[in-house]
Design a protein around this ligand. Sequence first.
Ligand SMILES: Cc1ncc(COP(=O)(O)O)c(C=O)c1O
Length: 376
Amino acid sequence: MTGPSPVSSPRKRGEGRAPSAAGFVAAVVRPEIRALSAYAVARAEGMIKLDAMENPYPLPAGVRTRLSEALARVPINRYPDGGAHAAKGALRRVFSIPVDQDLLLANGSDELIQIITSALACPGAAMLVPEPSFVMYRMNALYAGMRFIGVPLGDDFRLDRAAMLAAIERERPALVYLAYPNNPTGNLFAASDVEAVLRAAPGLVVVDEAYYAFADASFLPRVAEFANLLVLRTVSKVGMAGIRLGYAVAAPEWIAELNKVRQPYNVNALTQAAAEALLTDTGWIAEQAAAIRTGRARIETELKRLPGTTVFPTQTNFVLVRVTDANEMFEGLKARCILVKNLHGWHPLLANCLRITVGTTEENDLLLAALNELNR
Ligand SMILES: Cc1ncc(COP(=O)(O)O)c(C=O)c1O
């Protein structure tokens, strides 16, 4: 029995030539995927890299030695521990993960966003996100076929509680993402607004604490208080972006379901061993985070002195600043080998905004000198 094919043939009737790859692509790749551009990572050779919220400091020498010894011992011929037990133990110990909560690890919190979204996506299900926020939430809604509901942030990038609650009531989202603090705006939403969302939401609320190390508040100790709360974390912003390790903390019932969506060996053996070795002592993480906070305060103070700039409050390792002409400033910095993120055109609320990651003291000096020069 033959029925109509669900896929339009890339081979046109009567055409003798073999179909092209483009023909096959047009026939089977989803139009919304074809319409996308792949996530662009700027080339940064020879540049002062202040565009990606990395920790600018290298590992201290002792930690580097411990890391290289640990990596040399990894049995690379074997698959990794699928449960990543030792790495989980290290994370639990170091980041005070509540004992009654479960943990899921992944290849960066990016992968956790993918796992969570695909587990909750079903026809008609909605993802609700205040905007502007981390772009990967929207992208993952698109990949998984979830309805994406963006709710504009209020004045000073505050969570618009009334608009969020109205959207929750109207759309009944299966999933809400709140970046706490928010990227790219840098601010920390009021805890009372986050609590209101948690109480009203009919599904999972992910509080994404990628920047917890630079913020004055966290929902991690409060996971048990809300049955629908998952706290997402990453080691990327505290000096370990290269190992790609993110972790999710939630009630065992949530983690058990998400674990079914995870690829069996998603965290590779080198990353697991590196996490254990790097987290043996964490003084270096605290010291580097403190240095970044100091650098951030200096950048904020100096930027506020520049005429025509608005500096937004930040609890992250970056500063969001509105300038007179972001494109011109971005190009001027680039010409001086300083790479920042130009957010102009991303969202109406980000008009003429630049996102500047805090660098080392020397990098911050160069940045501030360049900004002063460009403002003359
Ligand atoms: C809010 C937020 N969540 C998650 C991520 C992704 O982090 P990871 O490096 O763990 O994939 C980022 C990265 O910039 C981020 O800003």
